[in-house]
Design a protein around this ligand. Structure first.
Ligand code: G6P
Length: 364
């Protein structure tokens, strides 16, 4: 069937707006009452480590998932870029679970990495959008993310569904490993059920993003900062922006600011700070103030509590819905996408088919 833009100017816009629906599609496949039930069982109590491997946006999903698996399931995770992993000859123990994340399921480096781990790891798992893809077929278990066809080269709804699937795996692992009790599981599942509605609410920031984008479009460089799971989300913000607007963007862990990028800060540098109200909020805010003290222009992306506490002196504030910090990466994907999208539209680039990029990289 032919995929249409359904009234949107670009496929990317359409796919961003589909997220409340596509997110609920994947959630419905693994929520059963007050419990998480995986579409296929896997025993995370019998593994001592997860090795995740991917490219591009899928790699960023893995770096978010590391925080979830380690905190919720107390399971150590290593994350690698597929083109590095496939040649590094890293040891793969028999108790290691190898997990590959790929929208297309055809990325050459990710597939080669899977073949490297096969026969060594305890099991080969994959999180894919295309269930009949090579990576799905060569895995012991493939977990489909049900995002539907994604046309825009810059991944949006597939990224959010990769996050949702990985979070479900982390919760299931936490339950199996005795780190999440029934009450906490029920609480997490209740939170998951609210997420599609919160995503819809998050999308209402679009007009604000459009207004901010006209300012960001004038910059030559933009810095993204975050702590905890917001650090990989800073990477997602920077990746989206450079892919489609061609503005140089870089992501840093807030706490690492003083070890390098602070030298770049002056009044011409927009600094986007992802800081929901969570246990690390005050730390991120103090890094943000270091930027402001050097006249950097801070765009603070936070919730209403965060805005009430830390808006003084910032350049712009973008207020997101309030959400349990566990779920914040999914919600903060929206400003990452919309800021990049509207900056690109403002600059007049080819949003759906940015120069030099391919949707699926099937050659090395
Ligand atoms: C390309 C695409 C990215 C994607 C990456 C990995 O670079 O432009 O959007 O994240 O490949 O693709 P995969 O299909 O393996 O997720």
């Amino acid at each position: 069937t032919r995929i249409e833009k359904a009234g949107h100017r670009h496929f990317m816009a359409k796919e961003i707006h589909e997220q409340p629906q596509t997110l609920s599609d994947v959630l419905n496949t693994y929520i059963d009452g007050a419990r998480v039930k995986l579409p296929t069982d896997y025993d995370f109590a019998a593994t001592d480590r997860i090795q995740m491997v991917a490219c591009g946006t899928a790699h960023i999903a893995c770096t978010v998932a590391k925080y979830w698996f380690e905190a919720l399931a107390r399971l150590p995770v290593d994350v690698d870029i597929a083109s590095e992993y496939r040649y590094r000859e890293g040891p793969v123990g028999p108790d290691t679970t190898a997990l590959f994340v790929s929208q297309s399921g055809e990325t050459a480096d990710t597939l080669a990495a899977l073949r490297y781990a096969k026969g060594q790891a305890r099991a080969i798992l994959s999180v894919v959008n295309v269930p009949e893809s090579s990576i799905a077929r060569e895995s012991d278990i493939a977990f489909p993310i049900h995002a539907g066809v994604e046309v825009g080269v810059a991944s949006t709804k597939a990224f959010v569904n990769q996050l949702a699937m990985l979070l479900a795996l982390a919760v299931a692992a936490g339950v199996q490993r005795g780190k999440i009790d029934a009450a906490r599981e029920a609480e997490l599942v209740a939170g998951l059920k609210l997420l599609p509605g919160i995503m819809a609410q998050a999308l209402t920031i679009e007009d604000r993003c459009e207004a901010l984008a006209s300012k960001l479009a004038e910059a030559t460089d933009i810095l993204f900062l975050g702590r905890g799971p917001m650090y990989p989300m800073a990477h997602e913000g920077a990746l989206k922006l450079k892919e489609i607007s061609y503005i140089h963007a870089e992501a840093y862990a807030s706490g690492e600011l003083k070890h390098g990028p602070i030298a770049l800060v002056d009044r011409t540098l927009p600094v986007v700070v992802f800081a929901p109200m969570d246990p690390l909020f005050n730390k991120t805010v103090s890094n943000m103030q270091e930027v402001m003290a050097r006249e950097g222009r801070v765009l603070l992306v936070t919730d209403s509590d965060g805005a009430a506490q830390a808006s003084d002196g910032v350049w712009e504030v973008l207020v997101m819905p309030t959400v349990d910090p566990v779920f914040a990466p999914l919600v903060y994907a929206v400003p990452a996408q919309l800021l990049a999208y509207h900056t690109a539209v403002h600059k007049g680039t080819d949003v759906d088919q940015p120069r030099n990029l391919a949707k699926s990289v099937t050659v090395e």
